[in-house]
Design a protein around this ligand. Structure first.
Ligand code: FES
Ligand code: FES
Length: 169
């Protein structure tokens, strides 16, 4: 029987790069990303699925969606495709419309929550480029911010949505 401290070696793709890692069964995907692969976009906040700082977009075999990487057991990520906030801008460092809007609207202070918010907001705008305020708040419900009071963050998502709509006119 496999115990939590037993190690497993598996492959996964992170931000387009294939990796093979060895991790304990009890480790989280967040720990694999940050501590074993040096992928620092997802942040460690609560480590218990309550703050969204660790959010990534991942396909664990059931389609890609945003999830808390701190809640995903490492071994569950075998064969996964993971996109962190690093996949959201362009490879040459150009910011996405959502990232630009967060800066323009002053939605970033200490920054520990920002990757999670940008990841969740980007996912929302992929599905709906004209979200209502209630839909934005619902999409960001799993993300906590101690600094901004949320108003600037919601404004940033509204700005990014408007930019995206205007770009496709
Ligand atoms: S660190 Fe994962 S939800 Fe808080
Ligand atoms: S900017 Fe500090 S927690 Fe959100």
């Amino acid at each position: 029987m496999t115990g939590p401290d037993e190690s497993v070696t598996f492959g996964l793709t992170v931000d387009g790069v294939a990796h093979e890692v060895t991790a304990r069964w009890s480790e989280s995907l967040l720990t694999v990303l940050r501590d074993r692969l040096g992928v620092r976009g997802p942040k460690t906040g609560c480590a218990h699925g309550r703050c969204g700082a660790c959010a990534v977009r991942a396909d664990l075999g059931d389609g890609a969606h945003v999830l808390c990487s701190c809640l995903v057991p490492a071994a569950t990520a075998a064969g996964a495709t993971v996109e962190t906030v690093a996949s959201i801008g362009s490879p040459d460092g150009e910011l996405s419309d959502v990232q630009e809007a967060f800066l323009a609207e002053g939605a970033v202070q200490c920054g520990i929550c920002t990757a999670g918010f940008v990841t969740a907001a980007t996912e929302l705008l992929e599905q709906n480029t004209d979200p209502s305020r209630a839909e934005i708040e619902a999409a960001l419900y799993g993300n906590l911010c101690r600094c901004t009071g949320y108003g600037r963050i919601v404004a940033a998502v509204e700005t990014a949505a408007r930019t995206r709509r205007e770009a496709t006119r």
